[in-house]
Design a protein around this ligand. Structure first.
Ligand SMILES: [Zn+2]
Length: 114
């Protein structure tokens, strides 16, 4: 608990966005986008969108209608970055060159690429 308070910014929720392989493939930036240091859920969506996440892909014609939307917005929330990374890790480092996950924050900097 004490560690969570260091710097006063680390007590914010971590959000993860999971990509569906619409059309049978994954696209950049990564299969999962992990957003840290977001003020709230809508800020997290904003950050993920900057990183390449989008919603309503089928409705706008970019995603396969039988596979469904590539992104569905927030998939889950986590207390720590470690928890989030553990949650999105499925034993693969990448999927045909697409990283398993990236970590982004409101500075729009890609901090961590697996
Ligand atoms: Zn399909």
């Amino acid at each position: 608990m004490a560690m969570m308070l260091i710097g006063g910014r680390n007590n914010k929720m971590i959000y993860s966005f999971r990509q569906n392989n619409s059309g049978g493939y994954y696209t950049k930036p990564a299969k999962n986008i992990i957003v840290k240091n977001a003020r709230d859920a809508s800020h997290a969506i904003e950050i993920a969108t900057d990183a390449g996440m989008y919603v309503d892909g089928v409705a706008s014609g970019v995603d396969c209608s039988c596979c469904g939307d590539r992104w569905y917005g927030i998939d889950d929330e986590h207390d720590t970055l470690d928890d989030a990374i553990a949650w999105v890790s499925d034993g693969y480092r990448d999927h045909d060159g697409i990283p398993q996950y990236i970590v982004v924050d409101d500075l729009d900097v890609l901090d961590t690429v697996l």
